[in-house]
Design a protein around this ligand. Structure first.
Ligand code: URA
Ligand code: CA
Length: 439
């Protein structure tokens, strides 16, 4: 078999056999298939797609490229939640402790920020002392003791994805459905949990730009998870604006603490997405039988302060200082040289927000990495002051920017302002949740 013939086959839009996919992944990991051939193959997959069978085979082969985590020493139904990547999406920091406070078992392996999207590990590390690396036995022990731990994926988990993603990131091949499905599900299957709630984002800040694509992505992930004996539900949620108001690492931790302190009202998009994802996590954990009773449980854990307490316990177990995680001290994590209001250049209703640009603006301030080895500045980012459909006057700020490096701020301000379009008429309000796949 030769890689070039298999690339040609995909260019001709033909189906690759199981053996051919195995050959490609093995060869790539072994180094006999070079980066340029894998890049070309991924580009052909982006254009011509893959059948369900090919996507399944690719996922399984990628999963087998590394370590399969054994979490059998963790008691109970282990449930995970995974987002396809968004902006201002601090849901994990809210629902992991909230679901644990309701009796759920969360042994979660998270990722770092990718491109314009944020990553849970970077947010956790903005809390002084917090470690996201932990030996597996300690991870299992922590989850058995307090019900929750969130750590980084080890380098041994799906090395094929690490190498393939690094190429996708620089060859404009991230947004391919079979490549996203296999990237996410190979890691989820290798990570050893029993149940997974997928948060599939759709909109201007997500890899999926329309609902039909998001449904297709969701159905494929649910099918692959179930074929491997996992309980899986996918929720399709809106990413046509940042989910919460905060975009940036410590700023998103602060918003999670606000939510867990009861400062964010019902009906708010962040509140509603947290409740929905949390509800399905409780149902898959067999701790609730339908969405209403699950939501009630989560509300009780929120209002009693048990959710916030659980987040503090989790951070403490991971070496962090939990005293920052209260409304009294949380502002200390967000201290920067300058907090600058960014004023609207136009007047009118906000008609659209290019959410990817909002994420990029935060990244430019230092909240994300442009290159893999860049250091993140935990305190910088932005806090939105307006949402889609709101009326803005010229003298009203669209956001507050948290700046440590004024030189970086100029480009970030331009990027941020370019994200908005305005209209004289009030645009219709879009839903926060579009669909649930696999109920
Ligand atoms: N998140 C991943 O882990 N992989 C993708 O391909 C996209 C989002
Ligand atoms: Ca995320």
């Amino acid at each position: 078999m030769r890689a070039v013939d298999l690339i040609e086959k995909k260019v001709q839009n033909q189906e690759l056999s199981t053996e051919e996919i195995t050959f490609l992944i093995h060869g790539f990991i072994a180094g006999t298939i070079p980066d340029y051939q894998m890049s070309a193959l991924q580009m052909a997959i982006l254009f011509n797609g893959m059948t369900d069978r090919e996507t399944y085979d690719l996922t399984m082969e990628m999963m087998r490229s590394g370590e399969i985590i054994d979490l059998s020493s963790v008691r109970g139904i282990k449930v995970d939640k995974h987002s396809t990547g968004g902006v201002g999406d601090t849901t994990t920091l809210v629902i992991a402790p909230l679901v644990a406070a309701c009796g759920g078992t969360i042994a979660k392996m998270s990722g770092r920020g990718l491109g314009h999207t944020g990553g849970t590990l970077d947010k956790l590390e903005s809390i002084p002392g917090t470690r996201v690396e932990m030996p597996l036995h300690k991870f299992a022990e922590t989850v058995n003791k307090i019900g929750v731990a969130v750590i980084g994926q080890s380098d041994r988990l799906v090395p094929a994805d690490k190498k393939m993603y690094a190429l996708r990131d620089v060859t404009a091949t991230v947004r391919s459905i079979p490549l996203i499905v296999s990237s996410i599900m190979s890691k989820k299957l290798a990570a050893g949990t029993d149940a997974i709630v997928l948060d599939v984002k759709v909109g201007s800040g997500a890899f999926m730009r329309n609902l039909e694509e998001a449904r297709k992505l969701s159905r494929r992930m649910v099918t692959i998870g179930r074929r491997n004996g996992k309980k899986v539900v996918a929720v399709i949620t809106d990413m046509n604006q940042p989910l919460g108001m905060a975009v940036g690492n410590a700023l998103e931790v602060r918003e999670a603490v606000e939510m867990l302190s009861g400062r964010i009202p019902e009906g708010d998009p962040l509140y509603e997405v947290c409740m929905l994802l949390g509800s399905y996590m409780l149902m898959l954990s067999e701790l609730a039988s339908e969405p209403e009773s699950a939501r009630q449980k989560l509300k009780e854990a929120l209002e009693s302060g048990k959710g916030l307490e659980k987040l503090q316990q989790m951070i403490s177990a991971q070496g962090g200082d939990p005293s920052f995680l209260s409304m009294d001290r949380i502002d200390e994590l967000c201290e920067v040289k300058e907090i600058r209001p960014i004023y609207s250049e136009a007047e009118g209703y906000i008609a659209s927000i290019d959410t990817e640009k909002i994420g990029s603006a935060a990244q430019m301030l230092g909240a994300g990495r442009a290159k893999k080895d860049d250091r993140i500045d935990p305190a910088v980012g932005l806090v939105m002051k307006k949402r889609l459909g709101e009326y803005v006057r010229r003298d009203e700020p669209l956001c507050m920017m948290y700046i440590n490096n004024p030189e970086k701020a100029e480009a970030a301000v331009i990027e941020f302002l370019e994200a908005f379009t305005f209209s004289n008429e009030k645009p219709p309000v879009e839903p926060v949740v579009y669909d649930i796949i696999g109920e």
